[in-house]
Each structure stands twice: as C-alpha cells, then as structure tokens.
Design a protein around this ligand. Sequence first.
Ligand SMILES: Cc1cc2nc3c(=O)[nH]c(=O)nc-3n(C[C@H](O)[C@H](O)[C@H](O)COP(=O)(O)O)c2cc1C
Length: 202
Amino acid sequence: MRVDYSPDAMDPGSFYRLLTAVVVPRPIAWVSTLTPDGATANLAPHSFFTVACTDPPIVQFTSVGRKDSLRNAEATGEFVVNFAPEPLFAEINATATDFPRDRSEFDAVGIEREPSLRVRPPRVAASPVALECTLHSTLRLGDSTVVFGRVVHAAVHEDALVAGRPDIELLRPLSRLGGNEWGTVGEVHELARAPYRDTARD
Ligand SMILES: Cc1cc2nc3c(=O)[nH]c(=O)nc-3n(C[C@H](O)[C@H](O)[C@H](O)COP(=O)(O)O)c2cc1C
C-alpha cells in the first residue's frame, strides 16, 4: 500500500514539506555574496544545490523567493559556495536568520572571512572548500529562482586532502534533510561501476 499525494489537491506549503522530506540528503551551499556597494558581505545556507554542468564547471543553487543572496549575485555577478562542514553546524544555522540586507552575517555570527582569489565576495576562512563563481544565468521558476554559477576557481584546505584528493572523512559534510533535520555522513562504501561487457552473460 502507498499513500498518494497530489500537489493539485494540497496547499503548496504542505507539498513543499513532503518534497523536502523525500529529496534527501541535500548538500548545503553556504553562499557568500557582496551587496552592490561592496559594503556588506552576506552569507546564507542553500540546500537546493548541486552541480549543473561539468564542462564548463557550473553549480546551481535555488532561492525560494527573492533573498539577499540572489539579489546580490544578480547585482554583482559573483558568489562563493563555501562547503558546509559538521564543526560549523551552529554557525551555518545562525546565518539562516533573516538579517536585514545591510547587516553582514559574517559580523553578526562572528565568522572569520578570507579574501577570494578570483571574485570579490569573501570566503569563510574555516570552511574547507570554496568554489568561486561568476554568475552564468538565472532561471525563474514559479516562486523560486535557480542561480547558475560558473566555477572560476576552487580552493581546498590542504588538511582536507589525502593524496591530493578531497577526503570525505576530513571534509565531514553536513546535509539538509526534511523539516529542521540535518544529516552527517554515515558509513561510506566503495563500489566501482561495471562496464556492460563484464556483465553480459553470453
Ligand atoms: C540548512 C538550510 C538550508 C536552506 N536552504 C535554502 C534553499 O535552498 N533556498 C532558500 O531560498 N533558502 C534556504 N534556506 C533558508 C535561507 O538560508 C534563509 O532564508 C536565509 O535567511 C537567506 O539569507 P539571505 O536573504 O541572506 O540570502 C535554508 C536554510 C537552512 C538552515
């Protein structure tokens, strides 16, 4: 037996809660941007986040409504996706508060910043990975806007690397689950994909 849910017969909020409870776990882009006057560095988590294209490298996050991160990215053409690691759990959540646009979450929450190499918005110094992006395009979908960013530079802390590769045990990513739930990495399994020629029986 299954329980059926029709978005047409439900209010949007209820269906949204169902969707975010079943599209899990979601990685978290901790997005830093600058106001157009360059005076205020904004920082906010976005879990509607993934890789959009491999070549050229493009990532995407979605602003539900028109939030400061979206408005700054549109106005300045730049943003940084900072990796959201487990030790910064409380800080990440604190930057999801709806601070006024001229109040920097870096300052309000007490997060140390460092300069980016290729774009103006700062990086989170304690985050192990920064993906510096220039705005590729935006796509308006209903109440949301998907923001595509071309990754022009990636900076990874050397203490998150093993043999030159980012290591999951060192990165310790947080993820977003349903409601106010957060996830951490559980068991990690390795399994190579089998080419078809190795699976064909005759
Ligand atoms: C873990 C987490 C994930 C979130 N993901 C999103 C998201 O994908 N899209 C969105 O619009 N808001 C998301 N939010 C809410 C925003 O972070 C929040 O509205 C924030 O105040 C937006 O900041 P801004 O106005 O500075 O951009 C998320 C919040 C948390 C705690």
